[in-house]
Each structure stands twice: as C-alpha cells, then as structure tokens.
Design a protein around this ligand. Sequence first.
Ligand code: PMP
Length: 422
Amino acid sequence: MNTESLITRDKKVIWHPFTPQKYMAEPIPIVKGSGTLLQDSDGRDYIDAISSWWVTLHGHAHPYIAQKIFEQASTLEQVIFAGFTHEPAIRLAERVLEILPPGFSRVFYSDNGSTSTEVALKMSVQYWWNKGEKKRNKILAFNNSYHGDTFGAMSVSDRSVFTLAFHDKLFEVIFLDAPETETAEYGLPWDEIACFIYEPLVQGAGGMKMYSAAGLNHLISLCRQHQVICIADEVMTGFGRTGKLFASLYMQEQPDIVCLSKGLTGGTMPLSITACKPEIYQAFVQDDLLKTFFHGHSYTANPIACAAALASLDLLLKPECQEQIRGIEEQHQGFKAQLQASRLPVRNLRVLGTIIAFEVDKGRDEYLNNISTVITKKAISKGVYLRPLGNTLYLMPPYCITMAELNQVYSTIISILQELAG
Ligand code: PMP
C-alpha cells in the first residue's frame, strides 16, 4: 500500500481525535498488528507501549479472539436489544458478575467508556427521582478526574483544556481533591448528594496520578454511611491493569456501580458495561412506566462485541496471563529503581500493576506541554509508540509484551531522556 497516497487521502477527509489540526504530524498508516507490534505501510514495526489508548490487553489481532469474532459474525452479527436477547450477552453478563467484587447483580450494556459513565450517572440520578427524593441530586467527583467526552461525562470531569469551550453548558458538581490520607474530613451536604464518581486509585487522562487506597476506602465508607451511590469508573483500570482484576479490589469498601470498557473486549470491539447492585436495579422495577430507564444505543450488547469480550476473558483468566501481569509489574519496579538512581530529568516515579508513570522535568506540568509530541516523535523513530500526557510519560503495555520488548521500550525511554537532558 502506498504510504504517500494514504496520507494524502487521509488529510483530505479525516478529522482525528484529540489532535490539533494545524501543524499536526502526518498520521502513520498502520496496515497490520500482531502481538505488541503495529506495522506501518512501509513495513516498519512499532511496539505499542500504551495498548492503543489502553484497550489492547492480549496483543493486536489475537488469533483466538479473531476466530471467535468470525464465528459470531457469521452466526448473528446484530439484533435490537429491546425485546430480544442472545447468549453472548447473557453469558458475558454472567461471567463479568462472577469476577466483579461481590454484590453486583445486573449489567447494562453500551458501547464506550463515556456512555458507560453517562449511564451510571443517569441511573444514580433517576434512582433518587424514582424514589421521590428529588432533593438528592448533587454529584461528587474528584479534581483532575476524567470520565469521558459526552456532556454528562465532561460535567463530572475536571474543568480542563478538554472541557474549556463548554463550561457554561456543564452541570454543577462538587469537586474534591483525591485523598492523600485516610483521615481527611469532609464538610459536605450529604443528604443532597445523589452519587460520587471516581477513577479508583489512578486518574488516567489526568496524568496517571496515583492516590491513596486507604483514603479512597475512607471516602467510600463515608458515602455509604450517607447512602450516596458510589460509582467506580474502571474504564481504564479494569481487567488487570492495576495488578488486580479491578482496582476496586484494593479497597474493602465497594462501589454500587462499576463502569467497564476499553479492555473489556481485549481491545477489539467497542463495548461497555455499567454493572449495578440489586438496590439500584429494584428502584426501576415499578408499576409506574415513567420510572423506566429510558436509555439505550443502537449497538447495545452487539453480539460480535460480546463474543470478543468472552474470548478476551478466557485469555485474561488464564494463569499465564496473570503471571504476565505480575512479570510486567516486576520489570517496571526494576526500571523505576534504575531511573531513581539515575540523573535523568524525571520526577514522581510511580508504579501500580502494569502501569508505570513519571513526569519528565521539562516545561510545565500541563497537558499542552509540547514535550509530549517531541517524545512521541523520538520514540517512533526508535520503533516504540509512546503518547505522553503533557510531560507525564507512562507505559501501559499489552500483557503479551516480552521481557526483550519491554527492555527495548525502557532503553528507548532512557535514550530519549538523555537527549532531552543533553
Ligand atoms: N473513563 C475513564 C477512566 C477513561 O480513562 C476514559 C477514556 N480515556 C473514559 C472514561 C472514556 O472512554 P471512551 O474514550 O471509550 O469514551
């Protein structure tokens, strides 16, 4: 395939996400994926060190998932999910409920991370509305959070460069700092709060900020004492990223609603889940038809996506995969120690499960720090794909990454840091 012509055609018709359109780097046409590698139209390989926006769990074009997708696509590709059901959706709900923290009983499907959080927020607000407690309508969220790009999801996200143009269109939210300790005190109008939404332990798009499990546990327990619905947005942290299957498992106190997407299908098909506990669901089982949850999407519970998710779960739950996750964490710890002992320009080194992150000491700590594009360009030229969040450099590789590949990623980072320091 001709690289030049693909780029020229792209530039005529495509508007890329999260990409400043003026002076944007030429997009790299990718023609093939295999394991951790993405291959461009000139035959060059890149290690996908961030799992293509955190979705790819088991590597690209995994033959087992591909086979299951093929089988499902040739049996039942799609059916309206109101009034109909199908085995892949039922089986997936059963299996996800088995591995979630205890107590979850219902699965609501949608198709991406943003819709999974929208659904969670709408469920929570309508829960109180259905119960006639109209005063309970405030929402609690963390500063520096990110829950997606639709209006509800933006409203509960940090007011940042992502949301700037829309501030007067976003609803009000009570924002708190993510807790540093388990003794924090909160003077909040508890009786008016419908729900609390949080990214457990790692604020992803906000710069891979990691915060205290004990502090979060304490806050969830306060919320529960005051009947505030707790929503864990595990869109990024779910399915092993933090070392446990779900980050919520690091806490004793558990949420009432969990949002899942990204790794749900192993990074092959768009799909998301908003799972809830029986009390939430029961508030919608009513004679009054106005208390129905009037929400759904054309592709809700798409059978091919559900089949892909089932296949991804098969792979994820194998002991070998859990071993790979532990192996990545161990190697990250070694790399962290190496960077700590070095004189390279890095700060705030942190590791949780398969995620390592740190700030590169160049310019301001902000998303629009253009060191990010410099690092991406340098890494690409060395056969590694990295996409720092501002000056926050992080890795979140597919679990199939080999030790040799991970070492290649580390040495690429070291050589980039040396160039930046020099
Ligand atoms: N929640 C979290 C925690 C996320 O990290 C993201 C995506 N980065 C989203 C929600 C939104 O997901 P999507 O991009 O699939 O809409």
